[in-house]
Design a protein around this ligand. Structure first.
Ligand SMILES: Cc1ncc(COP(=O)(O)O)c(C=O)c1O
Length: 388
């Protein structure tokens, strides 16, 4: 019961930040605005407008539980999430009824999910992954205590299938779990599923699992002509794709896509939330499924084909221009990542590029303008001292 001494509830609608805090936010806004212009090394598309979704920020929404099983907590966006998964099913070569998935926090969680399923199906399995695999994968394998073997890559970043075959041959008594990169982080190289399956068939390993890390290229390959075999149609058991990379989103996100029969082996029901506990996190973001849904609807396949085509044209342009000024730039097929020798410190001071060892790269994302690319090429030209 309310008494006279009860404190009044704070009126959050009229509360304002003190001046110092407000200024700190303004400074952050300015910094991010200027850094966005030179951020060309990481696969985060900065070109999007989710303003029509801002009104949903007033709700405490949460997508906990399996998006396909329903939950007691009805303040969710599960129906949008299901539509997102069904769209990705179409893009990754699997019938909706054969597939299950959910919206993740990003590519890492999708990889963790695929490797978790694989380990549940084949507890003694060994994971084979190439040396060009994203750094987070060895951490996932450590977390899961899964046996694993690193496989050599060739100079383009693609898995060395002979090394894969030799390693599987030596361990033929345990099921192989092959972690395939469909677009490596540094060079965008693609581990071909047809070559991996040939290896598995030659080594007579019927109990095998293929997980595909398509963090970035999973939203490129559906929109190019004649992509290499990379998805469920080519034998993948699970696929991880990031949402904030090619599609673009202010909040990290992605999708974990799996063959439904695999997921059914691990699902269990939890009474408290009235949902199937099939996802890794309990509480899950309900806004990112809306963003993905919105972007997929807004652009449609034709829009994404256009965006991907333009990115590939920009990548080809930079590669050619850098070669013309004497920089040894190169690209893998169907990749918007332009690789070149690590440039001088002055270039790395100004531009946000990604570097590893003696190489660096830029990524010709839809939001990177032709003018920005020209400015970068000019800077590189000044640095190398070569006339264009
Ligand atoms: C090939 C690859 N896999 C996984 C990841 C991790 O994805 P996320 O940052 O969305 O967790 C990345 C990130 O760049 C990546 O390039």
């Amino acid at each position: 019961m309310r008494t006279e001494t009860t404190l009044p509830e704070p009126d959050v609608s009229t509360a304002v930040l003190d001046q110092r805090s407000a200024a700190k936010l303004d400074a952050l806004y300015e910094r991010l605005t200027s850094e966005r212009k030179v951020s060309i090394g990481y696969p985060c598309n900065q070109q999007f407008d989710y303003a029509p979704l801002y009104r949903f920020m007033e709700f405490a929404v949460n997508n906990l539980g399996d998006p396909f099983s329903g939950s007691n907590f009805r303040m969710n966006t599960h129906d949008f999430e299901r539509e997102v998964i069904m769209t990705f099913a179409r893009l990754t070569g699997i019938r909706g009824e054969d597939c299950w998935g959910y919206v993740t926090n990003g590519g890492t969680e999708g990889n963790m999910y695929g490797l978790y399923l694989a380990r549940e199906l084949y507890p003694d399995g060994i994971v084979y992954f190439s040396e060009d695999t994203h750094y987070s994968v060895s951490k996932i394998l450590r977390l899961q205590h899964t046996r694993n073997i690193m496989i050599r890559s060739d100079h383009t970043g693609e898995m060395d299938y002979r090394d894969l075959e030799e390693s599987i041959r030596i361990h033929r008594d345990v099921p192989p779990i092959v972690f395939a990169n469909v677009g490596t982080t540094m060079t965008g190289a693609i581990d071909r599923l047809d070559r991996i399956r040939e290896v598995l068939e030659r080594q007579c390993t019927p109990n095998a699992y293929i997980h595909v890390d398509a963090a970035f290229s999973g939203m490129i390959l559906p929109f190019v002509d004649d992509p290499p075999p990379w998805h469920f149609g080519a034998g993948a058991d699970s696929i991880s794709i990031s949402g904030h990379k090619m599609i673009g989103s202010p909040l990290p996100c992605g999708v974990a896509m799996v063959r439904k029969t695999h997921m059914e082996r691990i699902s269990r029901s939890v009474e408290y939330v009235g949902a199937l506990d099939t996802t890794i996190s309990g509480s899950r973001n309900a806004i990112t499924p809306l963003m993905l849904w919105y972007a997929l609807r807004l652009h449609g396949d034709d829009g994404f084909r256009e965006l991907v085509g333009e990115s590939l044209r920009k990548a080809a342009y930079v590669e050619k221009a850098l070669k013309e000024i004497g920089v040894g730039a190169w690209r893998n097929p169907d990749s918007v990542i332009v690789v070149f020798p690590r440039p001088a410190a002055s270039i790395l001071d100004k531009w946000i590029l990604a570097s590893s060892g003696d190489i660096s790269h830029l990524i010709a994302l839809p939001g990177v303008s032709w003018d920005t690319l020209d400015e970068f090429i000019d800077d590189m030209q000044r640095e190398t001292g070569t006339a264009a």
